[in-house]
Ligand binder design. Structure first.
Ligand SMILES: CCCSCc1cc(N)cc2c(=O)[nH]c(N)nc12
Ligand SMILES: [Zn+2]
Length: 374
C-alpha cells in the first residue's frame, strides 16, 4: 500500500488528467467531486448512502466542528471518522473562509483572526497553530492551511497585504505540522485575488514552503464566470503537476468541466446538496425544478438512467409532493439523487479523459448545462 500523500498520475487528455491520491483512509481517484459535510454529516444522508453513491471523500469543517461539538470532544471520542461513522477519506477546510463568511466582529492580525461565534457570540482566536491542532484532533486526512479568502473586488494594495499574511500563516501551519503526523496531509491555498502576478507570487511562495497539495482559493466568491475562468486558466499551470490541485468552492457542472480542462483534480461545492433542499435536481437531460406544477401528475422517474434509490423507486409526482409538503424525505431523496448525478458525471469524466475524448464529453455535457445559465 502506498504511503499517504502518494499521488500517481494516470492517463491525461490535454491539460485534463486522471490520478490517484493515497490517504490514510484509502485512495481517491481523481478528478473528484467532494460532497460537503460541514457539521460532521452530509445533510440528510448516512455514511452507507455515501458509499452507495460511490462518494470517495467528503468534506468537514474546522470552524463549525470547533464551535460545536468541539474538536477536543471529537478527539476524545475517537476522531471525526469514528464520531460520524465514515471510514473513507475526509478533507477539512481550515475555517478561515467560514470566519470571514459567517461570524461577526472579525479582527485580522499577525497572530491570526479573532471572531465571534455565530452560535453564541463568544470570542475566539484562529491562529495557524490553532487550526492545525483542531484538524489534528479531528483526524482529517487532508488539512487546509489558515488563509484569508480576499473578498471579491478588493483592491491591489489590500490583496497584496493579505497575500503576504496568508503566506506567513501558511508557513506557520507547515511548521506546526511538518508532515507524517498520523498520515495527515496538509494543502496550501493560493490567494492573490484577480491579480495574475499576485497569484503567481502566492503560488511560488507556497511551493517554496512545500505542501502535499495545492488549492486555488479566492474563487467562486461572486465573480463572473469569465473572471473565474481567466484566473483558473492562468493560475492552474503554476501549481506543481505532480501534486493534487484543488479548486475550492467549485462548482456547477459546467465549472467542474472547465476546471478539469484546466488541470484541476479536486472540487467541492454545496450546490448539489443545497439545491437538493430547494428542489433543484440535476439530471443528464438538464436541471429539473421538481416543485413545478407540470410534475404534479408525472408518473415517470426523475432520470430513468439514474441508479439512485429515488429514481429507481419513485415518480416525479411523488418527489414533487414530498417537496411541496416539506416532508423530510424530500431532502434525503433529492440529496441522494443529486450526489449520485455528480458522482456519475465525475466517473464519466475520468473515463473520457482515459479514452482521450474529454473535449467531446465536455461538449455533450455543456449542451445540457450551458455556460451562460446560472
Ligand atoms: C467546507 C468548505 C470548503 S471550501 C470553502 C472555500 C470556498 C471558496 N470559494 C474559497 C475558499 C478559500 O479561498 N479559502 C478557504 N479556506 N476555503 C474556501
Ligand atoms: Zn437519481
Amino acid at each position: 500500500m502506498n504511503v499517504p500523500g502518494t499521488f500517481t498520475l494516470g492517463p491525461g487528455d490535454g491539460n485534463a488528467r486522471t490520478g490517484c491520491l493515497t490517504t490514510a483512509h484509502g485512495d481517491v481517484e481523481t478528478p473528484i467531486f467532494m460532497p460537503v459535510g460541514t457539521q460532521g454529516t452530509v445533510k440528510s444522508l448516512c455514511p452507507t448512502d455515501l458509499h452507495d453513491l460511490k462518494a470517495q471523500i467528503i468534506l468537514g469543517n474546522t470552524y463549525h466542528l470547533y464551535l460545536r461539538p468541539g474538536d477536543e470532544l471529537v478527539a476524545k471520542l475517537g476522531g471525526l471518522h469514528r464520531f460520524m461513522g465514515w471510514d473513507g477519506p475526509i478533507l477539512t477546510d481550515s475555517g478561515g473562509f467560514q470566519v470571514f463568511s459567517l461570524s461577526g466582529l472579525r479582527q485580522i492580525a499577525e497572530e491570526g483572526v479573532t471572531f465571534s461565534s455565530h452560535i453564541d457570540g463568544s470570542r475566539h482566536l484562529f491562529s495557524p497553530e490553532k487550526v492545525i491542532a483542531i484538524q489534528q484532533n479531528l483526524g482529517s486526512d487532508i488539512m487546509m492551511v489558515l488563509d484569508e479568502c480576499v473578498p471579491y473586488g478588493a483592491d491591489r494594495a489590500y490583496t497584496e497585504k493579505s497575500l503576504a499574511l496568508t503566506t506567513r500563516w501558511a508557513r506557520r501551519c507547515r511548521q506546526a505540522h511538518p508532515g507524517g503526523h498520523r498520515g495527515q496531509l496538509l494543502f496550501g491555498i493560493v490567494q492573490g485575488g484577480f491579480f495574475k502576478d499576485l497569484r503567481a507570487e502566492s503560488a511560488a511562495q507556497l511551493l517554496e514552503i512545500g505542501f502535499d497539495g495545492y488549492a486555488l482559493g479566492g474563487l467562486s466568491v461572486g465573480e463572473s464566470r469569465e473572471e473565474m475562468y481567466d484566473i483558473l486558466g492562468d493560475a492552474t499551470p503554476l501549481l506543481p503537476a505532480d501534486r493534487p490541485r484543488y479548486l475550492m468552492g467549485v462548482g456547477a457542472p459546467r465549472d467542474l468541466l472547465a476546471g478539469m480542462a484546466a488541470g484541476i483534480d479536486m472540487f467541492d461545492c454545496v450546490l448539489p446538496t443545497r439545491n437538493a433542499r430547494n428542489g433543484t435536481l440535476f439530471t443528464f437531460q438538464g436541471k429539473v425544478n421538481i416543485k413545478r406544477a407540470e410534475y404534479r401528475e408525472d408518473d415517470t422517474p426523475l432520470d430513468p438512467t439514474c441508479p439512485c434509490y429515488a429514481c429507481q423507486t419513485f415518480s416525479k409526482a411523488y418527489l414533487r409532493h414530498l417537496y411541496v409538503a416539506r416532508e423530510l424525505l424530500s431532502y434525503r431523496l433529492n440529496t441522494l439523487h443529486n450526489l449520485t448525478f455528480f458522482s456519475i458525471m465525475m466517473e464519466r469524466a475520468r473515463q473520457a479523459i482515459r479514452d482521450g475524448r474529454f473535449a467531446a464529453f465536455r461538449a455533450e455535457m455543456e449542451a445540457v448545462y450551458p455556460t451562460d445559465e446560472e
